[in-house]
Design a protein around this ligand. Structure first.
Ligand code: PEP
Ligand code: MG
Length: 323
């Protein structure tokens, strides 16, 4: 099976009717890029920049960050690279920031919430990203957006830093797409409003599922509620994709679900544009997608979205795809 996958490394990802689907990878460090290219990744759909900040005693400097982002962009050439700004907090802590303990870290002070308040930290990252943008095809994505105001504020700070750099005589790419993660149900519900202002969405199902089901993604006792195929989750995902397309934008997914064998046919039918997964899942997914008809999967859309339970969804997909 491995041999069969390997043959597809330099082939495009196409459905049985020949429609292209974008398969990209999630990375955490510049060293991960080699694995992306070796596995035939068509880009990076999620660069988790937290690792630059973790496991050290102080914040990374602008230069350190510039080097890391430039390295990823250069290695990827003209392939898209979606960099997510700092998503610290929740399960990822930074000792040197000395943040107070919280009762509910996953519902607390984290990610964009922290970045908007500590814009001294945020601006350094944005400057590093903007400067690195000349080395490749950069897209910037904000994590844990809950409100339109947060997205506007983050974007305004980005625009300010762009102007600062330009007035300092620094070169910055003129076409950087700016998008957001959809991982808080509130944004999936009013995705139509967000779609008018973002360049793209990337659905973060790891968090979207935990917040929608009110089930901690790390808690074994409630893991039975952590249901990617729940019709509740699928309807939210559908809402996001429809909203994006209505505004001529694209919608991707960078949660674990994007590389899942049962989820892939469903997501294909819902019209997801970009699937971002661990590098090792790319060739198996490419192999699977070649045997799937997007048109057929799309014809089941209403039926799947109207189902009552995860189990029904799984049974249905297995029957239709013999997975
Ligand atoms: C997600 O929430 O789905 C996601 C991709 O982000 P992380 O797993 O880093 O929270
Ligand atoms: Mg997340």
């Amino acid at each position: 099976q491995k041999k069969e996958w390997a043959k597809l490394k330099d082939e495009p990802t196409v459905t049985s009717e020949g429609e292209h689907v974008e398969l990209v990878a999630n990375i955490g460090t510049p060293d991960d890029v080699e694995g992306v290219l070796n596995n035939g990744g068509e880009g990076v759909g999620l660069y988790r920049t937290e690792f630059l900040y973790m496991g050290k005693s102080q914040l990374p400097t602008e230069e350190e960050q510039y080097d890391a982002y430039s390295s990823v962009l250069k290695q990827m050439g003209d392939k898209p690279v979606v960099v997510r700004t700092l998503d610290i907090g929740g399960d990822k802590e930074l000792d040197y920031l000395d943040l107070p303990d919280e009762m509910n870290p996953f519902l607390g002070y984290r990610a964009i919430r922290l970045c908007l308040e500590r814009d001294d930290i945020f601006r350094v990252q944005l400057r590093a990203l903007l400067r690195a943008s000349v080395h490749g095809n950069l897209k910037i994505m904000f994590p844990m957006i809950a409100t339109l105001e947060e997205f506007r504020q983050a974007k305004a700070i980005l625009d300010e830093e762009r102007e600062n750099l330009v007035s300092e005589g620094q070169e910055v790419s003129g076409d950087i797409e700016v998008g957001m993660m959809v991982e808080i149900p509130a944004t999936a519900v009013i995705a139509r409003q967000f779609a008018k202002e973002v360049d793209f969405f990337s659905i973060g199902t790891n968090d979207l599922i935990q917040y929608t089901m009110a089930a901690d993604r790390m808690n074994e006792r409630v893991s039975y509620l952590y249901q990617p195929y729940s019709p509740a989750i699928l309807n939210l995902i559908n809402n996001v994709i429809e909203a994006a397309h209505a505004e001529g934008k694209w919608a991707g997914m960078c949660g674990e679900m994007a590389g899942d064998e049962i989820a892939i046919p469903i997501l294909l039918g819902l019209g997801l544009d970009e699937f971002s997964m661990s590098a090792t899942s790319i060739l198996p997914a490419r192999t699977q997608i070649r045997d799937l008809s997007k048109k057929e999967m799309a014809s089941y859309k209403e039926e799947i979205l109207a189902m009552g339970t995860s189990e029904e969804v799984v049974e249905f997909v297995k029957e239709k795809t013999q997975a």
